[in-house]
Design a protein around this ligand. Structure first.
Ligand code: GLU
Length: 553
């Protein structure tokens, strides 16, 4: 029986040829040096921060080279698929403003000429290539049961031999085609394996974009190509998909590095040009309990899921800026020199990536977010807070919407100066810092945090005299402060802190204590932005009303 007859017996319905697919998916018409990259997750429903970093780079290099970035869903391992798992990934990318040129753009939507971009929809394509390998004697059906494979493995472990299906351990490798056909017709279950032409004694050299030159032994394992459910194993799907989709750069986790010899062999025997590979180190964190470094885990760490940042209202740009600091070792310095530049202006380089992985530092990310928000204009803060609260805090959303101009002026306090205020670390933080600016929230429950001066009669006195004698809405900031000093003086408080420190026996306190009373009476809080500006923003009536709440107590 010839190999061709065996191949026809296994795949009687495959009529297309390898050449047909080569024609269907021609070489892309892109300019020299254009990078085609892809993000190829399983449909697990969410993007991990480590993958987001990879994706950011996978998007960036085509952007720098007029290339293409596409999303392919790798669902050949049904165990890793969850319901609506594709949509979750698409949403995460959308929320992070990572544009997909081609591929899967929704649970049931794909765009581009190199699809289908969901592996389970490409079964026929894999079968066609498997068939062609069987015809060439480079693949064969294997009937070994899981028990038999376990037995081989145990034996190898016992004898301290290399684990795997190779050489004399590859029991089905040298069956005759007649025997194979007999067992197939006998309905024995089987899978398709590669008939590896490799020799473990030979060395191959491979150049990783991040790790440089690596020397591996050649692959001699008869790895599985097609599983018992008819779907391909990662190695086979990777070779076929990345070839037919004309991927030039494969960026993936370092867990795939050891499989490179298998991939090189598969690309060779299939006659495909090898893409460039970059195997990226893990994103790790210091475990809170043990203090040891470990992988950032989607199970244990809330900050591992990119949805966390969206829900917290941490600006996408800040997350990206942070990720780039762990992506390229020279990025942070570049950012310090170009604080207002965008990531798009930065030139990414693979050799500035850490091969040993990187440590994830949420606090640093939050700090970048804080700086980022502090540099937005008041209008931008307003618009983005509106967008955030619309999704996550309807009550605040309605208030912000109702008081648009007022809110923008509020966000503008201490914003357009050289060192802007940096209160907010995220858009979810804004309410914590501004609620007292809105009567709707302020009136709900007031808990005054008076400080040094906390005798209510004294407080009432300060407020009354201030309103009656000193408060004038028209005053400029300097005059306003002069008046607070005079008020202090009239009531026995030092006009200057220094003066008080030198002669504390002569005074009840100092001007800072008095302005604290005004601040707390107005806002109930002891820490607020510039008091003068808040009073300006409130307007005379609201200032007096709030003071009266205490005076009339
Ligand atoms: N589906 C594989 C994974 O999630 C993709 C690896 C690759 O990018 O080739 O690890």
């Amino acid at each position: 029986m010839t190999n061709k007859e065996l191949a026809d017996l296994i795949y009687p319905n495959i009529n297309k040829t390898v050449e047909d697919y080569e024609k269907m998916y021609p070489k892309r018409n892109l300019k020299e040096g254009a990078v085609v990259s892809r993000f190829a997750p399983s449909p697990t429903g969410f993007v991990h921060m480590g993958s987001l970093l990879t994706t950011l780079i996978e998007r960036k290099i085509p952007d720098e080279t007029d290339g293409v970035f596409y999303l392919r869903i790798e669902d050949t391992d049904q165990k890793r698929s969850v319901e609506n798992g594709i949509q979750g990934i698409v949403n995460d990318l959308k929320n992070f403003d990572i544009k997909i040129d081609e591929g899967v753009i929704g649970e049931h939507e794909q765009i581009g000429n190199y699809g289908p971009y969901i592996q389970s929809e490409r079964k026929e394509i894999y079968e066609c290539f498997a068939k062609s390998l069987i015809e060439k004697g480079l693949a064969y059906p294997c009937f070994c049961t899981p028990e038999e494979l376990d037995e081989t493995r145990n034996l190898q472990e016992l004898n301290k031999e290399r684990i795997g299906y190779y050489g004399s351990f590859a029991k089905c490798r040298d069956l005759s085609n007649e025997e194979r056909a007999r067992r197939i017709k006998n309905k024995e279950p089987y899978i398709i394996r590669l008939k590896s032409p490799g020799n473990y004694e030979n060395k191959i050299v491979f150049n990783d974009l991040v790790r440089g030159k690596i020397i591996f032994p050649e692959n001699d394992l008869d790895v599985v190509l097609i599983k018992s459910d008819g779907l391909p194993i990662y190695h086979f799907a990777h070779a076929i998909d990345d070839h037919l989709m004309r991927t030039t750069h494969v960026l993936r986790g370092e867990e795939w590095l050891s499989s490179v010899p298998v991939h090189i062999q598969l690309f060779n025997i299939l006659g495909f040009e090898l893409p460039k590979y970059a195997h990226l180190g893990l994103v790790m964190k210091i475990d809170e309990e043990t203090g040891a470094k470990r992988k950032l885990s989607k199970r244990k760490d809330k900050e591992a899921a990119v949805s966390y940042y969206h829900e917290k209202g941490i600006p996408v740009e800040a997350v990206k800026l942070y990720l780039m600091t762990i992506g390229n070792s020279n990025f942070e310095e570049w950012l310090n020199q170009n604080p207002t530049a965008s990531i798009n202006d930065f030139k990414f380089s693979f050799n500035k990536m850490s091969a040993s992985g990187s440590l994830f530092d949420l606090e640093k990310l939050i700090n970048i977010s804080r700086n980022y928000i502090s540099r937005l204009s008041a209008e931008e803060v307003y618009n983005r807070a509106l967008k955030y609260t619309e999704e996550f805090d309807k009550e605040f959303y309605n208030i912000l919407k109702k008081y648009k101009d007022y809110s923008i002026s509020m966000f503008n306090i201490e914003r357009t100066i050289k060192k802007p205020r940096k209160d907010y670390t995220s858009f979810s933080d804004i309410k914590n810092y501004t609620w007292y600016m809105f009567d709707e929230f302020f009136n709900k429950e007031i808990n005054y945090q008076f400080q040094t001066i906390n005798d209510i009669e004294e407080i009432k006195k300060i407020l009354t005299i201030y309103i009656d004698k000193y408060y004038n809405y028209e005053d400029d900031e300097q005059t306003w402060f002069e008046k607070v000093k005079e008020l202090s003086n009239e009531l026995g408080y030092a006009k200057e802190v220094k003066e008080y420190k030198e002669n504390s026996d002569n005074y009840k306190g100092h001007v800072g204590d008095v302005s604290m009373v005004l601040r707390v009476a107005l806002t109930s809080c002891s820490m607020t932005p510039n008091l003068y500006q808040i009073m300006k923003l409130f307007g005379k009536e609201r200032v007096v009303n709030r003071f009266n709440l205490i005076i009339n107590k």
